[in-house]
Design a protein around this ligand. Sequence first.
Ligand SMILES: [Zn+2]
Length: 222
Amino acid sequence: MASCKWCGESGWLLRVSDNGMCDTCESTQVPMIVRQVQIVQESQRLVESGKTLQTRVGRCDDIIRITGELILYEERGITVLNPPPSVLRSQYVKEREDIVTEHLKAEAQKILTRAELKATPRSAIAEATKAVIKIGEARNEYDVDNPALDELEHLVRRFLHQTELKGYLTEAEKAEFKGNNKKAIDQLQEALFFLKNDKIVDELQSSQIKEIEEKILQLTAV
Ligand SMILES: [Zn+2]
């Protein structure tokens, strides 16, 4: 006995198409499926060739949404796409994350390169902070939570950390060179305070902390 995979109707005389659907379902569902599949294919092209991040991510979203709807057919054994909607859906969930992550990596790299060229630690920090903001915004806007993004943020934060520390130490060195020990000590203390209050465990920076403390003692003794 034939039965329709979509509406479930069955009967000896029921005609069922190659898709496994009765005439009624075939005439209502197939045009819809064809349209949806066209949108998926067009979106696949634009995910590849889209000029902006918004376009590429937006098209991934379209594919994820439509394949989510087409999964209903797949679950009833009706072939609508190859690879099947569920497989395509997972592919594009991942693709979406990769697109956002790759985009941010490139952006952060550009920002850090600009930051490295800045004349003062303060302006370098201001520049590099833009990368942290961008990563945070993208996390919110595109709802991505990729370990690669954590790594990227860590990289930028390390740059910020080192730049700030280097700023104090350079100032201290300059002051000492000019014979201004009071200012040198002050800058070393800034560095010390910074190291002791950052998010890095003090034990990991103990040799650096010790070195600065000794330098302070040495300058105080003069
Ligand atoms: Zn039917």
